[in-house]
Design a binder for this molecule. Structure first.
Ligand SMILES: Cc1cn([C@H]2C[C@H](O)[C@@H](COP(=O)(O)OP(=O)(O)O[C@H]3O[C@H](C)C(=O)[C@H](O)[C@H]3O)O2)c(=O)[nH]c1=O
Length: 182
């Protein structure tokens, strides 16, 4: 398993070792000991999965403290562009975003600690997205920032004007008006 740091402290890209043979492939998708060795010390309590079609953008979402969620995300099938936005008020990279392409092919995973907004766009015809959260879903604590916020200026690698988004995401507030407590 290869761990790559990013320009935003805490965000890590994990590339598991894939064992391929004439039957197909095998990889460990989750190993607490190896994550701890990489400095990821948290307890995941909930697994999520979603399927989306090309051009969908889900996000930018987060839960307020005390229900903030750290996430370990990956694409099981298809290709997504996964984005995390630093909302930690004392962070030198506050308001900055980092994105990484995750796919069923590259098997990469993205670790996003608490204090970030998260979202992804779908680059392939469909994508099955799976992720672990280290806190339970608390809808009352959930908040969203508009995916097309001009101040954040996220490059989703898709035509944002034609993005397929939920009514909830369409109604999200701007970064300037967002509420956060990290
Ligand atoms: C997140 C979540 C949702 N739900 C229910 C609530 C809705 O009735 C339905 C769809 O939820 P939503 O439209 O919020 O799903 P996404 O837009 O994929 O939201 C996720 O998208 C971005 C990428 C994230 O990082 C978050 O984990 C999460 O906010 O599932 C649950 O029952 N449990 C949950 O943990």
């Amino acid at each position: 398993m290869e761990i790559t740091t990013t320009p935003i402290a805490g965000l890590l890209v994990i590339t598991p070792k894939v064992f391929r043979d004439d039957r197909g492939y095998f990889l460990e998708t989750f190993n607490i000991k190896k994550l701890e060795e990489a400095g990821i010390n948290t307890s995941f309590v909930q697994d999520n999965e979603s399927k989306s079609t090309q051009g969908v953008i889900r996000g930018l979402h987060y839960q307020l403290n005390p229900y903030a969620q750290g996430k370990l995300v990956r694409a099981i099938e298809g290709t997504v562009y996964d984005v995390a936005v630093d909302l930690r008020k004392d962070s030198p990279t506050f308001g900055q975003w980092y994105g990484v392409e995750l796919s069923g092919e590259n098997k990469k995973q993205f670790y996003i600690p608490r204090g970030f907004a998260h979202g992804f766009s779908v680059l392939s015809e469909t994508a099955v997205f799976a992720y672990k959260c280290d806190a339970y879903y608390h809808p009352e604590a959930e908040r969203g920032i508009r995916f097309d916020d001009p101040e954040l200026n996220v490059d989703w690698k898709v035509d944002v004007q034609k993005a397929v988004v939920s009514a909830k995401d369409e109604a999200s507030v701007s970064f300037a008006k967002a509420e956060y407590n990290f």
